[in-house]
Design a protein around this ligand. Structure first.
Ligand code: NAP
Length: 292
């Protein structure tokens, strides 16, 4: 087996929230990390080498990625547009990622899907994630697929929305707010991904990537404001969906709402027993000031 310090991995979506945080942690552990990014973002990689690619199909990539033991595929889209839809990005670029792994002789792929994705999934984002999972499972590559709840850390998308709403004077909770989530800290996500690079027990598995505490959105928001006097307003769910349908810049898009109200929770015990990690609760993350 290769010694950890000689490991080399590639990360797509390397400028995204997960990609940049995981990249930094792996680089600190002595792993040689190559970020694959779109042309205009190359300069923002600060944890290793960068390769540019528009869609992972460029011929030059395979030779430059030879010797990588894993391909961390973190490209993903949670809101679609006419130019950039789920099929093109979540499914199409996963197919390209698999082809690239085969050409570069990379044996392992790590992918982040969504908590709640299943073959009975009925909405666009989850369908694309399910199809991406299937492409990976049927690829013949060794895989670890993580189905993630809300990953929280500095600049995560949920905190970004909540901070923005606080600045605007009030947090708005779509519907009852009684639906649940299971936030997981990005630092813990990076630790799990590090383990999955080398440990056989993560091979060919789909694993829930969920934090230690199941919490309603109402309670999460209350914890988030940490006792500050910030108004919290519940808005009608129909109004929230109508706004999402007509305004592409709304905080919660159609599929953000689907995920929120979907009440998706997962199996933290299994993740904990596989990894042996003491996962941080969202409260500990908030108290440490790690989201601001
Ligand atoms: N964060 C979470 O809570 C969470 C939960 C469940 C699943 N996930 C999944 O985890 C993965 C990473 O999430 P994230 O939070 O890091 O998302 P993110 O911050 O939005 O990053 C997504 C990355 O994908 C890249 N990307 C998007 N469209 C692309 C395209 N057409 N061509 C090339 N690259 C493209 C972006 O590149 P640019 O930098 O060039 O824009 C960005 O680096 C995604 O697959 C997401 O679905 C995340």
């Amino acid at each position: 087996m290769q010694h950890k310090n000689t490991l080399k991995v590639a990360i797509t979506g390397a400028n995204g929230f997960v990609g940049k945080n995981v990249g930094k942690v792996l680089a600190k552990k002595g792993i040689s990390v190559i970020g694959v990014v779109r042309e205009d973002k190359k300069s923002s990689i600060n944890f290793g080498a960068a390769l540019t690619s528009e869609d992972l199909s460029e011929n030059y990539l395979a030779s430059r990625l030879q010797g990588c033991s894993a391909f961390l595929h973190f490209i993903g889209k949670g809101k679609q547009t006419v130019d950039s839809d789920y099929q093109k990005v979540n499914v199409g670029l996963t197919k390209n990622a698999i082809n690239l792994c085969k050409k570069a002789k990379i044996k392992k792929i790590i992918y982040i899907s969504g908590l709640g994705v299943s073959k009975t999934t009925t909405f666009g984002y989850f369908i694309s994630k399910f199809q991406a999972e299937q492409e990976i499972i049927n690829s013949g590559l060794d895989y670890t697929i993580f189905r993630a709840s809300y990953i929280i850390g500095k600049d995560d998308s949920l905190s970004h929305i909540l901070f923005k709403q606080i600045k605007q004077g009030a947090i708005t909770v779509p519907g009852s707010g009684r639906y649940r989530l299971q936030p997981i800290f990005i630092g813990d996500v990076a630790k799990v991904i590090f383990q999955s690079l080398t440990q056989q027990k993560f091979s060919n598995k789909i694993i829930d990537l969920v934090g230690p505490k199941i919490i309603t959105f109402n309670d999460y928001v209350r914890d988030f404001i940490q006792g500050k006097k910030i108004p919290i307003k519940n808005i009608d769910l129909e109004d929230a969906y109508r706004t999402a349908l007509h305004n592409p810049k709304t905080d919660f898009g159609i599929d953000d709402l689907n995920i929120l109200v979907g009440d998706y929770i997962g199996n933290h015990k299994k993740l904990k027993s596989m990894s042996g990690i003491e996962f941080k609760t969202h409260k500990a993350v908030l108290e440490a000031g790690s989201l601001s």
